[in-house]
Design a protein around this ligand. Structure first.
Ligand code: NAD
Ligand code: UFG
Length: 351
């Protein structure tokens, strides 16, 4: 049997880019996803991109019987765990779903891994666990803060339970990756971010305004103590992020215990800087209006990515221009996301 990396949530935005990066690096992957926020078309596109069959199982990480079956049929050497619900707003209105899916789901996954002697895990955490940082850039040794919503609290709880697990049993080897703001898409334009319903995050809102699906962009807050009054974030290209997972998997082969790495660029951009860069690069004017601050937003959040550079040999390679070009290519080739039949859009507007 070939050694396999199990990717939970691998049909989603970051998971699909990571599946591609792992396949391109010569690894065999198995994607497990219940498709609650993704679709089979993504797997088809991965197959077109890699010219291989991508092993995919539609199922839930909380289905213990299914997990045991997977571990008995595949020689799983590590799990990259993306499967999660991720809408901040939905987590406020429906916290039970978030604690059940994210926290209890991770417990079920870890139990199944332990039953089947699989002890290497990469977990998708988030900069949200830092809460409101007292200063920037944010380094891992700042410690965690108080996440301001149930989604963020699920991430912190999972980090803590994984830490307890590692300390209880030396066979575990776990990487916690704290992502900053993933944007962009694979350069082919064939896979990308496809939010269901109205998007919450800045980049998909912006590209949907540009393509005409949303009439105007709302900018939340204009009075933050930042360069221009709008919030500053560390946007990171999803392909760089995907490569970070490959590096983390390599690290797990050499170490045991639990460790944490920021995955960000170390550079912050304000909302207005993002809008104006998008306009400059694509030549498309973005209508926007200011609205009051969005509850829970912090003024500035960007990473100190030095630890990942020193210990994983990873740094982000793609700059903001590349992130915007690739995000726009994905949106314009797929105006309705994966519902669209893929068409090579003329990117003549990109300057
Ligand atoms: P996504 O929604 O595109 O991908 C998550 C995938 O998990 C989806 O395909 C969904 O169908 C699947 N899934 C959810 N619950 C499941 C379950 N119980 N069983 C099986 N599959 C399930 O999200 P994403 O943006 O790719 O995020 C991936 C991970 O990264 C998540 O854990 C998310 O919390 C984390 N993260 C994302 C961001 C971001 O801005 N996108 C930032 C920080 C952390
Ligand atoms: N924003 C707008 N208008 C929009 C959408 C967003 O002005 O329509 C602003 C927000 O107010 C914020 C900035 O754009 O100032 C970035 O917002 P996003 O929603 O894109 O990203 P967040 O930083 O709020 O959160 C993201 C993920 C979280 C993750 C966090 C840290 O959505 O899951 O990064 O990693 F926890």
């Amino acid at each position: 049997m070939r050694k396999t990396t199990l990717i939970t949530g691998g049909a989603g935005y970051i998971g699909s880019h990571t599946a591609l990066a792992l396949i391109n690096a010569g690894r065999h992957v198995l994607v497990l996803d219940n498709l609650c926020n993704s679709c089979r078309e993504c797997i088809k596109r991965l197959e077109q991109l890699t010219l291989t069959r991508v092993d995919f199982i539609k199922g839930d990480i909380r289905d213990s019987r299914l997990l045991d079956d997977i571990f008995s049929r595949y020689d799983v050497e590590a799990v990259v765990h993306f499967a999660s619900l991720k809408s901040v707003a939905e987590s406020v209105s429906n916290p039970l779903d978030y604690y059940t899916n994210n926290v209890a789901g991770t417990l079920d996954l870890c139990r199944a891994m332990a039953r089947n002697n699989v002890f290497k895990l990469v977990f998708s955490s988030s900069a949200t666990v830092y809460g409101e940082p007292t200063r920037t850039p944010i380094a891992e040794d700042f410690g965690t803060g108080k996440p301001v919503n149930p989604y963020g609290r699920t991430k912190l709880m999972i980090e803590e339970l994984l830490s307890d697990l590692c300390h209880s049993d030396p066979r575990w080897s776990i990487a916690l990756l704290r992502y900053f703001n993933p944007i962009g898409a694979h350069e082919s334009g064939m896979i990308g971010e496809d939010p269901t319903g109205r998007p919450n995050n800045l980049l998909p809102c912006l590209t949907q305004v540009a393509i005409g699906r949303i009439p105007e962009l709302t900018v939340f807050g204009s009075d933050y103590p930042t360069v221009d009054g709008t919030c500053v974030r560390d946007y990171i290209h999803v392909v760089d992020l995907a490569i970070g997972h490959l590096k983390a998997l390599l690290k797990l082969q050499q170490t045991s215990g639990i460790d944490v790495w920021n995955l960000g660029t170390g550079v912050g951009y304000s909302v207005l800087q993002i809008i104006h860069s998008f306009e400059d690069i694509t030549g498309i004017a973005i209508p926007y209006r200011f609205a009051p601050r969005r509850p829970g937003d912090i003024a500035k959040c960007f990473a100190d990515p030095g630890k990942a550079k020193r210990e994983l040999g990873w740094t982000a390679q793609r700059d903001l221009r590349q992130m915007i070009i690739d995000a726009w290519r994905w949106q314009s080739c797929n105006p309705q996301g994966y519902q669209s039949s893929f068409k090579i859009a003329a990117l003549s507007a990109v300057r």
